[in-house]
Structure formats: structure tokens, C-alpha cells
Design a protein around this ligand. Structure first.
Ligand SMILES: Cc1cc2nc3c(=O)[nH]c(=O)nc-3n(C[C@H](O)[C@H](O)[C@H](O)COP(=O)(O)OP(=O)(O)OC[C@H]3O[C@@H](n4cnc5c(N)ncnc54)[C@H](O)[C@@H]3O)c2cc1C
Length: 305
């Protein structure tokens, strides 16, 4: 039975700033996907908390959206309410920085360097937000958020405001209890990281070098979602895709990058179904040739057939 009763729709329509059938393709790095049935952009933690608590009580499905850099959104869009989290404040206190969930990781990396703090340079390669990075335990160049995260403030509908330790967050390789566990559906409000005092100019030089290396090895200027697959233990998904001869494979306007096998590019006009078919073909071929099951790092959300 549909959740769309008159009283639930009436409640949704009381929310200030609510949009209906709002396009999401311009709000994710793939540039793909149908609209949000209902959409809100919220910058105040209390407003987001109140809204998801209200949605949860009424059993209205909701999805939190950061920068949309790790999502494949279905062509038929997303059912229920999509809330784009845009709180972006931060506070530097000694060697600790607290950053709101909507702040971009790249921006936070520059803020840390400006404050002469070291140890967050790896985040210059992560185009998503702090909230998405906690959800995903984002990482790059052999480092990940869990190595510097002290705690995250959050909100779970039902149990209220919480401060989670990294252990409670169960941060693993590109996962957490928010993605697959007890904290599913919870909101990350902010994250506090612990860095080292050091030379900010050196940090900026290192970030410039890492960015140059990335530009040379990955199709950064295209529409993509970063790594499509997680690396299997002791191997790399990109290497397996290349070894299976799948670079350049295509479905419609979705193409496996020639530059890096773990990237799928939207050449313009690719559908989510194109990308999904390509993902499934890669998984089948890599499975057949190397007896290895590639797991997706990108998250498929929305109304799939
Ligand atoms: C070119 C490119 C390069 C990339 N390189 C890397 C890399 O080196 N390392 C890496 O780890 N990732 C990389 N990524 C993937 C992506 O940037 C990260 O996974 C990032 O952490 C996702 O953040 P986001 O804000 O875009 O999240 P979204 O894609 O918007 O959402 C992803 C998930 O996080 C949840 N979420 C978002 N905000 C919150 C919140 N406040 N509270 C609770 N849940 C929330 C969403 O509900 C969703 O389930 C790359 C992506 C691109 C496009």
C-alpha cells in the first residue's frame, strides 16, 4: 500500500521551501537520475532533525543528500523526501577542527592547511561533503577519515541527538554503521577531526602534487562518481577491469574510462539504466575471468525497476 495518504502529503506541504518533482541530475556528479518526489535544502541542523523525525514518525521515506558524488540515482527518481544537507560552518580549536556535515572535504583540507595543520591533505581528493565522508569513511592515497576522526555529532530519529565515537560508527573500508548497520537513516550533523601542528605551506604543496597526480591518472573533468567498485582485498578494481579487457566498454552513453578502469563516464545523456547495465556486465565478466565478486562503492538509490 502506498504511504501517500492525504494527511502525510498535507504535512509535507507545510514544510517551508518544499519543492515537488525537483530535478536531481544537476545535483550529482554523474549528472544522471530522475527527480525527487519532494525536495528540501536545509542548512540548520535543528530543521533537518525536526524534518527527518517528522518523516520517520509518519513512515515517509527520506534520503539525505550531500554533494551527490557517490550516488547513482534511478531514472525514475527518488520516492518520498530528499533533503540536501547544506550546513557548512566550521570551528578550529588548536589542532582540532569541527566541521558541519555540508562542508566539502576539499574545502576542509584547505581550511586545515590555512590553520597550519597537517594530516588532512588526503581529503583534497574527495569531492563530497563531510557528512557523506563519515557515511562512507572516505579516503584517498592510503589514508581515510577514520584515522583523524575524533567523534561525529548526529541525530537518529527515535533516539535523538547523539555524539558517536569512531567505534560506534563502525568505520570500515568505504562503509560505516550509517551505510550498513544500526545507524541507517541517521543524520551526521558535524564531525570533529584531530590533526597535527605543522607547516601549512608544505601541506598546500603536497595537495597540489596529489591533485596533479590525480588529474594525470583519473578522468576528473568528466561526469562520473569516482570509483565505481571497492578494491577487493589485496587487489585493485581498476586493474581487474583493465585485465578483463573492459576499458572502453559501453552501454548507451555510459562508458568505462580508457584512462582508469574503475571509472564509468557519462558522455552526455547516459541513463542510470545504462550505467547499471555496464556495472552488471563488468561484475559478470570479472567474476567469470577471475572468480572475484566486485562490490559497488557507488550507492544505487531511488526507484529501480
Ligand atoms: C571525481 C571523484 C573522485 C572521488 N574520489 C574519492 C576518493 O578518493 N575517496 C573516496 O572515499 N571517495 C571518493 N569519491 C566519492 C565521494 O566523493 C565520497 O564517497 C564522498 O564521501 C561522498 O560524499 P557526498 O557528500 O557526495 O555524499 P552523497 O553522494 O551525496 O551521498 C552518499 C551517501 O551519504 C549519505 N549522506 C550524505 N550526507 C549525509 C549526512 N549529513 N548524514 C548522513 N548521511 C549522509 C547519503 O544519504 C548517501 O547515502 C569521489 C567521487 C568523485 C566524483
Amino acid at each position: 500500500m502506498s504511504w501517500r495518504t492525504k494527511s502525510k502529503l498535507d504535512w509535507l506541504r507545510t514544510l517551508p521551501g518544499l519543492a515537488e518533482e525537483e530535478p536531481l541530475d544537476s545535483r550529482n556528479s554523474f549528472g544522471i537520475g530522475g527527480p525527487a518526489e519532494f525536495f528540501l535544502e536545509l542548512g540548520k541542523a535543528e530543521a533537518i532533525e525536526k524534518t527527518i523525525a517528522g518523516a520517520k514518525t509518519r513512515e515517509i521515506p527520506y534520503l539525505l543528500l550531500g554533494a551527490g558524488t557517490n550516488l547513482l540515482i534511478a531514472d525514475r527518481g527518488v520516492e518520498g523526501l530528499v533533503i540536501r544537507v547544506v550546513n557548512r560552518d566550521f570551528h578550529v580549536a588548536g589542532t582540532r577542527v569541527r566541521a558541519a556535515a555540508g562542508l566539502k572535504m576539499m574545502r576542509l583540507a584547505r581550511i586545515a592547511a590555512d590553520a597550519n595543520l597537517r594530516g588532512f591533505e588526503f581529503a583534497i581528493g574527495v569531492p563530497g561533503t563531510v557528512g557523506g565522508a563519515v557515511y562512507q569513511n572516505a579516503g584517498s592515497w592510503g589514508k581515510e577519515l577514520s584515522e583523524v576522526l575524533v567523534e561525529a555529532d548526529g541525530f537518529s530519529p527515535g533516539s535523538g541527538k547523539k555524539t558517536w565515537t569512531p567505534i560506534e560508527l563502525k568505520l570500515g573500508y568505504r562503509t560505516s554503521a550509517l551505510r550498513e548497520g544500526a545507524l541507517k537513516g541517521s543524520l551526521v550533523v558535524s564531525a570533529t577531526i584531530q590533526l597535527d601542528r605543522g607547516d601549512g605551506e608544505e601541506a598546500k604543496r603536497l595537495m597540489a602534487k596529489l591533485t596533479r597526480e590525480r588529474n594525470e591518472t583519473q578522468p576528473i573533468k568528466t561526469k562520473n562518481c569516482g570509483s565505481v567498485f571497492k578494491n577487493p582485498p589485496g587487489d585493485s578494481a581498476g586493474r581487474l577491469v583493465q585485465a578483463a579487457g573492459l576499458k572502453g566498454l559501453r552501454e548507451g552513453k555510459a562508458l568505462v574510462s580508457q584512462q582508469h578502469g574503475n571509472f564509468i563516464i557519462n558522455e552526455g545523456g547516459a541513463t542510470a539504466d545504462d550505467v547499471r547495465r555496464l556495472i552488471e556486465r563488468i561484475q559478470a565478466e570479472v567474476g567469470r575471468r577471475f572468480n572475484m565478486q566486485l562490490e559497488t562503492e557507488v550507492e544505487l538509490v531511488g526507484r529501480w525497476k
